[in-house]
Structure formats: C-alpha cells, structure tokens
Design a protein around this ligand. Structure first.
Ligand code: G1P
Ligand code: ZN
Length: 543
C-alpha cells in the first residue's frame, strides 16, 4: 500500500558541489530527507523496471536514511534497489555498481571528508546512470522540485536487514544487499598489474595506508593486504566508525598528520604512504620523505600511466579543475593530447569522460580518477602509484624530482578561511568582481597582473554554460591566484584562495613552497582585502 504524506517545502535544499549537505540534526527534522529524496524521484530520468543503488560512507544517520529511502523507492515504482552490506559503499564503488548493474542512478549518502556524529555532517547526493554526480541540469530540476513539493510517498514496511547479504522484498520492489567490496576490488585488479605489485611487495616494498576510520577500511584490507600481500597492519584505522573516531576523515596534512609524521621519519617511514577520506574518493600521497601535492600527483600519474595495463594504450586527454595547478598541462603538451580546464566539482568531468575525450581527471582537493568510473577514486590513485613504483623500481621522491627536472615545478598551496559570515564573504567576492577591470597592468610587489576575470565554463560536449565559477587573477610569467567560495560547507562560508607559481626546468626546483609563494600570498591579500573583510589575519587551513 502506497502512503502519501503531506509536506511543505524547505527553502534550503539547493544541492551544492556534492549534493545536499547539512548537519545531522538539520537532516533529521521531520520531512527533511524525505522531501529531498522525493524531489529526486519526482524529476530524474528512469525507465520502467529501474534499479536504484543506495550506499554510504557508514557515518552516523546513514542507516536511518537508507531505510527511509528503501520504503520511498518502493512507493515510487523502482523495481530493484542494490545496497552495500551494512549500508556501506564508497563513492567510487557506488559509481562502479551503478554502471555495472545498469542502474538508473544512485543515492550516495555521505558528507565526504567532513566529520560525522549526531552533531556533525550528513549529505545526500544523486548520481545518474553513467555513475557520476548529477549535472547542473538535473540538480537544478531537483532544487526546483524541492520548492514546490507537497507530498512524499512510501510504503508501510519493516526495516530491511542491511547486514546480511541476500534478497528481500519491500512492497513490490526487490532489495538486494550486496558485498560492497568485491566488484570494486575486481575492477582494480583488471586495471592494474597486481602481479607486478605483489612481486614488489615480496621484494620489500612497504606502505602505510590510513583509512581514517572511514569507508575505505574494508576495501584497503581486501586489496592491499589480501590481494597484494602487504603485511597485516599496513591498513591503519581500517574499521569504519559512525563518528570516524571523532576525527575529520580528511586526508590532508592537518588531519592525516600522524601519517605525515611517519612518512617524514627517516628511520620508520615505509616506502609509500597514503590515506583516503570519509567516502573514499579522495587521496593523500606521501612518499618516504616526500609529500606530493594533489596537482603534482595528477601530473605524475598522467606522465606514467602507460605503465599500468589499463592505460598502456595511452591517454585520450587530461582534465583538471580550474584551481588545480597547471602541472598536468605540461604533461598533456608532451604527450600531445588535449587538456581541459573545468569548474570545481567532479560532475564537470562526466561529459568529457562519457564522450571519450579524456582518460584521467584531477582536482587540487585530493581528487584523482579516470574513465573507469565517474567519480574521483582514492584507492585507484593509490594503486596507480603502486603500479608505477613497481614497474619502475623508483622511489616516490625520485619520480617527483625527475618529473620536475623535465617539466618544471608548479609550487602550489590553497588557503581556506572557514566559517566566515556569509554576508562578509559575499561582500568580499562582490567587491573583488567589481574591481576586476582595474587590475590588469597593476603591480603588487614584483608581480604585475596580466589578466583578471570571473570564470565561466562552456561544456565542450553539450554547450551548457556555468557562470560565476570563481575569480582568477593571472600574473605575468605564469603565476596566478584564484578566489572562490566553497560549495560544500555546512556552516557560514568558506573562502578558498588558490596560489600557484611556476618554476621552469633548470630553476629552483627544491625550494620551500611558502617561500616561493610569499609574493603571491601578499598580492592576494592586497587584491581581495581578506583581512579587512573577514577580520582574519591568516587562513584556518593551508593545504
Ligand atoms: C570541494 C573541493 C572540490 C571537490 C568538492 C567535492 O568543493 O574544493 O574540488 O570537488 O569539495 O569533494 P568546494 O567546497 O570547494 O566547493
Ligand atoms: Zn569525499
């Protein structure tokens, strides 16, 4: 029996960069998750007998929303839902499952790298049939629907046992609880030379992987320890916890400091260190004594991808988000393949991947991936690095130095000002926008502005235009600063300032990043008046 529950719209359900993100308490209000899920079901494309995938990163509130979503899917005419055991599916694994089982889409329940628990964050993202995040045309329709919704539907049914693999029926819909790891691990084994990595491990290659008590624990145990033979204990914090052990599951140098310190210890460091975030789509790569920025990692992976079986035939192209450093562009030039610069957010890569125009994509925010799924993929990046280390016998540090010697080095940092009052952040961006016309030709210390503009993107595949994607100031000589407001925060506004300086081959390739960026940091302050607008003298997080 289908039940119709009257409801009223909420005015704050516009999906951001990664779906709808709010505090758990906000999400748990009556009708809140239901309205959003119903809005999705009301507008998205799905034929008859559609399959829906549901999975999450195991954070607090996952299970409750999954049970609700199952009852609602049954009432909304889905024929089948596929759910990872325990409600678990990493974001890349969910993307793969959607593609493999030809689902019409999926609900990915996560707030990525944000903390979990009753007072922390939760999120729902809808992915389409290609396995990737819904494009703006779809998220726009979902948002419009949330503003007029007046009822949501479900069936009267008991909770499904999420912990036992098997099949159940809810209403007339089949519910299949599947192994969340097996399909994904098999895909990784197809892409990479596991035999070569196993041999390197047997020959002494060591690593530490920090799963941060988040979703990648079970994946990493199976792939790294069981299939590749790394020693037990290689995977740290490998049991997913609803509150991630009270930490931020954010694989950066602040929240993965324990791993970083280990990797910088000349006595104790293994050859390779890595971490992934709450939902498994981000990665942190640190070699013994050598941190690799995500922008550099994208470039180095692209330059060496041919060493892995899946990419032996070469890359079709590379895509990077606009604030990501231009290091990958130099590799694309050397490989004589196209490079695309997109706005922030993985959804912008979907069309390029679907059209076969690019093979590898990346973002400065620790996201790297390829055409094997339609999400960024943390463990994929780790495995491609391992494949490269195994194939070359080189260390991470050696690969990095050789890369810079050939292509030059893009010194890079991102400064985040978090929890800024929204009005103040908006005022900063508005004032900056209004001043763009005056900037070209102006000098800030040794830097002279060559170009300043607000970024808009025209999708080369479908021609859709996305405006106001950030503000870019380019200096003569190839340095630049980009300003944008985060689309994923759950409290106030986060101002992101992206700083980049290019040093050509033969230049200063092993200097300290803060020294190399000092002039650009000062110019960014002067141009945007960050202190005057926010009252903050320094960023909250530097990555
Ligand atoms: C952030 C990152 C962006 C990434 C997104 C989802 O978005 O900057 O690269 O795609 O998270 O993981 P932002 O908060 O900057 O809008
Ligand atoms: Zn994530």
């Amino acid at each position: 029996m289908i039940r119709s529950h009257p409801t009223k719209p909420f005015d704050d359900q516009k999906p951001g960069t990664s779906g709808l993100r709010k505090k758990v308490r906000h999400f748990a209000r009556a009708n809140y998750a239901e309205n959003f899920i119903q809005s999705v079901f009301d507008v998205v494309d799905r034929g008859d007998n559609a399959t829906l995938v549901i999975g999450g990163d195991g954070r607090y509130h996952n299970r409750a929303v999954i049970q609700t979503a199952i009852r609602m899917a049954a009432a909304n005419g889905y024929a089948r839902v596929l759910i990872g055991q325990g409600g678990i599916l990493s974001t890349p694994a969910a993307s793969h499952v959607i593609r493999k089982y030809r689902a019409s889409g999926g609900l990915v329940l996560s707030a990525s790298h944000n903390p979990g628990g009753p007072d922390e964050d939760f999120g729902i993202k809808y992915n389409i049939a290609n396995g990737g995040p819904a494009p703006e045309s779809v998220t726009g329709a979902i948002h419009a629907r949330t503003l007029e919704i007046d009822r949501w539907l479900d069936v009267d049914a008991a909770d499904v046992d999420l912990d036992t693999i098997g099949t159940a029926t809810v209403g007339e819909m089949a519910v299949e609880v599947i192994d969340p790891v097996a399909d994904y691990a098999d895909l990784m084994e197809e892409l990479f030379d596991f035999a070569a990595i196993r041999k390197a491990v047997a020959g002494g290659l060591t690593m530490a992987f920090d799963a941060m008590h988040a979703v990648t624990g079970p994946y990493a145990h199976e792939i790294l320890e069981n299939r590749l033979g790394f020693a037990a204990g290689t995977v740290r914090n490998g049991t997913p916890l609803e509150d991630f052990g009270g930490h931020h599951p954010d694989p950066n140098l602040v929240h993965a400091k324990v791993l970083y310190d280990l990797m910088m210890d000349p006595e104790l460091a293994p050859a390779f260190g890595a971490a992934s975030d709450g939902d498994g789509d981000r990665n942190l790569i640190i070699g013994k004594g050598r941190f690799i920025t995500p922008s550099d990692s994208l470039a180095m992976l692209a330059a060496n991808a041919h060493l892995a079986p899946a990419y032996a035939g070469g890359l079709k192209g590379i895509a990077r988000s606009m604030p990501t450093s231009a290091a990958a562009d130099r590799v694309a030039e050397a490989l004589d393949i196209p490079v695309f610069e997109t706005p922030t957010g993985w959804k912008f890569f979907g069309n390029l991947l679907d059209a076969g125009m690019v093979t590898i994509c990346g973002e400065e925010s620790a996201g790297t991936g390829s055409d094997h799924v339609r999400e960024k993929d943390g463990l994929w990046a780790v495995l491609l690095w391992l494949n490269i280390l195994a194939a070359t016998g080189k260390s991470v540090d050696q690969i990095a130095r050789e890369h810079w010697a050939r292509f030059g080095r893009n010194y890079y940092a991102r400064h985040d000002y978090e929890g800024v009052e929204s009005d103040r952040a908006d005022a900063l961006m508005a004032e900056l926008s209004a001043s763009l016309g005056d900037l070209p030709g102006k000098s800030f210390g040794p830097l002279t502005v060559a170009q300043a503009d607000s970024i808009s993107y025209c999708d080369p595949v479908d021609g859709s235009v996305s405006e106001n994607q950030g503000i870019r100031v380019l200096f003569e000589g190839g340095s630049r600063v980009v300003f944008r407001l985060s689309g994923t925060g759950t409290q106030g506004a986060t101002i992101r300032v992206y700083l980049e300086r290019y040093e050509p081959a033969g230049g200063r390739l092993d200097a300290d990043t803060p020294d190399m960026l000092a002039d650009i940091i000062a110019a960014a302050q002067a141009i945007a008046g960050i202190k005057a607008h926010t009252g903050r003298a320094a960023p909250d997080v530097v990555t």
